[in-house]
Design a protein around this ligand. Structure first.
Ligand code: NAD
Ligand code: MG
Length: 400
């Protein structure tokens, strides 16, 4: 029989990006375990329709709306409700993750917009469930070194990294690991020649065969930049050089990644392609809780396929692997240029196959004017990010 709920034992969670794909999956898992978890903070950029409902259901103490116009609409609505405080402004996300009553932070904002709050949670020694991959790509080892200093616990949510984490020894030692193999579905255009993708629309690019995700990561999956960012993310998270990481195309998305040991053993984590599984794993770690995901019927799946990626036909992955090998400033520039190019594609300002051209040109002009060495601190990271965004935007407006 389970113990009666005791307020002191309930883990208090801040869900950053609660209106997004990972955010709503997180709330799905939390909803199943009210005796273990309560929601202290919810946040959104603009989607106040969804946030309003979430506030009604989960009754957080704080809600942050980053977009000022949306924030003032919601603040007016909740003006008479003293149980929830609506915040906005540049520092509000950092303020809420630093609250003493927040035990655990789910970092599920998309893009570099999530960097400051995720890093702030690490600075405050929280348990940080990191879905937002861009901060790890941008800050590299700085993120993990900060966690080592503050005692923050970092638990990966990205399904590949969560799989690797689950396949590592309990002390997370990499001592006997020889390689890590990140699996990739290949996205909606797997098997197609890159040259035939010129007229792809945002809707086609966002129609992923196995996963339901936000639009930015869906486009990244279609170009396979997502897997490149994930390789850089894995290198930062597990302190593994790029040469010990590789990408394996596995269309069924059943094996979420593999760890190869020096004795020739491969350990893999399998599961339905459902983000509630890594979310439940990280929430309960080192215990386990139900996630609500379907079980796997391997007899029905019957076969699992694997192929090596053809880098000549996947330019974004090739650019990211090269950035991973170069390290230093290059992954930051790659990430910033990619965010600018993907947004331009989603706004129908550029075609799908122009995305890698914008990124490559941005990296080239950056390296022609700057050193590729790694920045020493967050200010240095943000400077490079800003410089690369300006270069990518200039490249967009000067394009033929
Ligand atoms: P999404 O677009 O569905 O949701 C993004 C969330 O971030 C929303 O709540 C939005 O309101 C918020 N947000 C967006 N811009 C913001 C800003 N400028 N300031 C504050 N908040 C802002 O994205 P998603 O698919 O849930 O992905 C979130 C992160 O998790 C991404 O970094 C993605 O790479 C990573 N991730 C997602 C999945 C997935 O299955 N969706 C899997 C692995 C990793
Ligand atoms: Mg992933």
């Amino acid at each position: 029989m389970s113990k009666p709920a005791n307020a002191a034992e309930i883990e208090r969670i801040a869900v950053l990006g609660s209106t997004g794909s990972v955010g709503t999956s997180t709330l799905d898992v939390l909803r199943m375990h009210p005796q273990k978890y309560c929601v202290e903070v919810l946040t959104s950029n603009t989607r106040i329709d969804v946030l309003r409902e979430q506030i009604g259901e989960f009754k957080p103490r704080f809600a942050v709306v980053s977009d000022p116009e949306s924030a003032s609409i919601l603040a007016q609505e909740f003006a008479q409700d003293s149980s929830v405080t609506i915040l906005s402004g540049a520092r509000a996300l950092e303020e809420v993750v630093a609250l003493p009553q927040v035990d655990t932070v789910m970092a599920a904002i998309v893009g570099a917009a999530g960097l400051a709050s995720a890093l702030c949670a690490v600075e405050h020694g929280k348990k940080v469930l990191i879905a937002n991959k861009e901060p790890l790509v941008m800050t590299g080892r700085l993120f993990m070194q900060t966690a080592e200093r503050t005692g923050a616990i970092i638990l990966p949510i990205d399904s590949e990294h969560n799989a690797v984490f689950q396949c590592l020894p309990a002390d997370q030692s990499m001592r006997d690991v020889s390689r890590v193999h990140l699996t990739a579905s290949g996205g909606p255009f797997r098997g197609k020649s890159w040259n035939t993708l010129k007229d792809v629309t945002p809707e086609q690019a966002c129609a992923h065969p196995n996963w339901t995700m936000g639009r930015k990561i869906s486009v990244d999956s279609a170009t396979m930049m997502n897997k490149g960012l994930e390789l850089i993310e894995a290198s930062a998270l597990f302190d593994l050089p790029a040469r010990q990481l590789d990408v394996l195309i596995h269309p069924q998305s059943i094996i979420h990644s593999l760890v190869e040991y020096i004795d020739g053993s491969f350990l893999a984590q399998l599961g339905a392609p459902d983000m509630r599984i890594p979310i439940a794993h990280a929430l309960a770690w080192p215990d386990r809780v139900a996630s609500g995901a379907d079980t796997l019927n391997l007899a029905e799946i019957a076969r699992l396929d694997f192929t090596a990626p053809d880098l000549d036909n996947i330019p974004c992955l090739a650019l990211a692997l090269s950035a991973a090998e170069q390290g230093g400033a290059v992954p930051i520039v790659l990430n910033a240029a990619n965010e600018v190019a993907v947004e331009a594609f989603l706004q129908k300002q550029i075609g799908f196959t122009q995305i890698p051209q914008i990124i490559e040109d941005t990296i080239d002009t950056f390296l022609a004017a700057n050193s590729a060495s790694a920045p020493e601190n967050l200010a240095g990271v943000l400077n490079i990010d800003n410089d690369a965004r300006l270069r990518a935007a200039a490249r967009l407006s000067s394009r033929p």
